[in-house]
Design a binder for this molecule. Structure first.
Ligand code: LLP
Length: 447
């Protein structure tokens, strides 16, 4: 099924070179003035009302993505990886759509609980969980804790006064060839235990010796931006073989297999992305084959998408501050945001598009580099994008596909506070997170 079939409204956008149906939210249109609208709201009106830079979030798109996961994985548990974007509204939306929530700190746990997420549907992750965070999680009654080290087993055993379900994180030695910063399925990295290693066996034994710790399954996370579903098929085969070995050696049958997240989204038109129907088929086939090979009863599968739920629902708005044509060099469009609200370009070499949204450009176009306002030469938002040649200061640019790992990675470098998040849906906008102000910066500064 193509995206155009899922969201026919995109057809309008297809007629213009400005919007690529692969990266914008489904409910993106033009109004009569040629302005780009999202969720029925003109983006330039959002910029006028809330200032810039501003993260805009399309609630319907978040819900649509949750439903797509539930449709394609009807028997699986879908766990939203909150690190992609954790604010109360998003936690509430995904919970309403039937998803569980994965948190990786006491802060994310607090937000999930404040949003009303049932603690039993919360999974706690982390490679170095502080004692106080484990304590908070156990006290809150979180459903499962993913054990990442031997130390953690000792701490949890000391903390749990009632049965606590745990998953054991293993690295199945699958190299998805991603950016080194986000390649987690290989053996030599900091997360979990290498599958088949003596430490993994020791971890299983230690958990089983603790009466309050109930080992309910295995977990793995292969990495980020994975578009080839075969990697997950291979993970299923290796993890089921390990579950069969644990049954043989320890006499317990684990009922859950969590395959982590990492499903790719397209940041620019033409980028490869994970196909949910293909992923579902491959996981299903691998599960059938591996379970029958090992005569192992099918565990319940869990997947942990973060980016694939929220990335496309987000668009960031910037105002053009100035346009500089460097003689013999590039044309720089300098905007009022940058690496504080989007560090992904500097961190991972991510590539984005940028589009003028306050009018429909009809004249000549230019190739430009959209650069930020911060005091670093590497503060770039988008390389080599096509923009109108008559672009002027004060106009509004939007960068699509910024819903995941933007707000959650944002900083207040150079004393510039983090942008607000404004939700748009059914023709209305409402602020979910307010802009961080100099007063907020001063409030933490004890002098
Ligand atoms: N589960 C676990 C255990 C994870 O560590 C992660 C992401 C996920 C699920 C969700 O992965 P997703 O579906 O969102 O790819 N800051 C980087 C991404 C770091 C991801 C870390 N772990 C970025 O901006 O690309």
């Amino acid at each position: 099924m193509t995206l155009l079939e899922i969201c026919p409204s995109l057809r309008a956008g297809m007629s213009s070179p400005r919007l690529d149906s692969g990266v914008w939210p489904c409910d993106t249109h033009y109004d009569d003035l040629g302005r780009v609208t999202l969720g029925g709201v003109a983006l330039s009106d959002v910029a006028d009302q809330y200032g810039t830079p501003t993260y805009v979030l399309d609630e319907s798109e978040v819900r649509r993505r949750c439903r797509a996961y539930r449709k394609h994985f009807p028997d699986a548990e879908i766990i939203y990886a909150a690190k992609a974007l954790m604010i109360r509204s998003v936690a509430a939306w995904v919970a309403e759509e039937g998803l569980s929530v994965d948190v990786c700190s006491a802060g994310e746990l607090t937000i999930a609980l404040a949003a009303g997420v049932d603690p039993r549907r919360i999974v706690l992750h982390g490679s170095g969980k502080p004692f106080a965070e484990l304590e908070a999680a156990v006290a809150a009654g979180v459903g499962r804790i993913v054990v990442d080290s031997l130390t953690e087993i000792t701490l949890l055993a000391a903390l749990a006064t009632r049965p606590q379900q745990v998953l054991l994180r293993l690295s199945p030695d699958i190299d998805v060839h991603g950016h080194p910063a986000v390649r987690t399925g290989v053996t030599d990295q900091k997360f979990g235990f290498p599958l088949g290693s003596a430490q993994a066996t020791e971890a299983v034994e230690r958990i089983l010796r603790q009466p309050m710790l109930h080992l309910v399954g295995l977990h793995c996370h292969l990495g980020s931006q994975i578009h080839d579903a075969d990697f997950y098929g291979e993970a299923v085969r290796r993890m089921i073989a390990e579950m069969a070995r644990i049954r043989r050696e320890h006499g317990i049958r684990l009922p859950q297999l969590d395959l982590g997240g990492g499903h790719a989204v397209a940041y620019r038109g033409g980028d490869p992305e994970m196909s949910l129907p293909v992923l579902a088929d491959i996981v299903e086939d691998a599960l059938d084959a591996a379970c029958s090979l090992h005569h192992f009863p099918r565990p319940r599968i869990a997947v942990e998408p973060g980016r694939a739920i929220v990335a496309r629902a987000g668009v960031t708005l910037y105002r053009v501050m100035t346009v500089k044509h460097v003689q013999g060099g590039h044309t720089y469009v300098i905007v009022d945001g940058g690496m504080n609200d989007n560090p992904r370009v500097a961190l991972y070499g991510a590539r984005y598009d940028a589009v003028l949204v306050n009018r429909h450009p009809t004249g000549a176009r230019m190739t430009a580099t959209v650069a930020g306002r911060y005091c670093e030469a590497g503060d770039i938002l988008a390389h080599d994008v096509i923009l109108p040649a008559d672009l002027r200061p004060g106009e509004v640019l939007a960068v699509p596909c910024t819903g995941a790992y933007h707000h959650s990675l944002a900083s207040s470098y150079n004393g510039v506070g983090r942008p607000p998040i404004v939700a748009v849906t059914e023709g209305r906008s409402r602020p979910l997170i307010r802009r961080e102000t100099p007063a907020d910066l001063l409030a933490r500064d004890l002098g």
